[in-house]
Structure formats: C-alpha cells, structure tokens
Design a protein. Structure first.
Length: 86
C-alpha cells in the first residue's frame, strides 16, 4: 500500500472489481449481484465505523454511511459550502 509510512490511517477491503477497463462495477452484469451487494454494504460499514469523516458526492451509499455513523461523524458533499473547523 502506497500510504504506509505516511502517518495516514487506512483500511482495505478486497471488494470485487470489474475486469473491464473503465467499467463501473455496478454496471458489470458478469459479476455476481449478491457479491456486489455484500461489498457495498461492507464498504459503507467500514466508512461509517473506521473513517474519521466523509467527503463525497450525494448517493444512497453516502447517505447510508452517515446514517450508520456516530452522531458526531463529520461529513460533507463536494457541493456544500466550506465551514471552518470548531
């Protein structure tokens, strides 16, 4: 992992990825649908419990991450105005 030794905390989950270059996994019909669903649930749970915050686009996945996270979990989208830290 290229982040080792940087002081940054990170988690890794071996999710299923499309083998087609440029193809989003959720559009790849050759991949097992249940495995893709398991992957997105695990990734959302990891982001909600192991990350220190979320910067994302708005989606059902990002909404789930915020819903599953602790009450003081910081999150924002790319379109929200920048607010100073307390």
């Amino acid at each position: 992992a290229c982040l080792e030794g940087t002081g940054l905390a990170f988690s890794v989950y071996p999710s299923t990825l499309s083998s087609v270059s440029g193809q989003a996994t959720h559009f790849d019909k050759s991949l097992d649908q249940y495995l893709k669903a398991e992957d997105v649930v695990m990734e959302a749970l990891l982001m909600a419990t192991a990350c220190h915050g979320l910067l994302s686009t708005y989606s059902n996945v990002s909404a789930s991450v915020v819903y599953l996270s602790p009450p003081d979990y910081p999150y924002t989208t790319f379109w929200d105005p920048v607010e100073p830290l307390p």
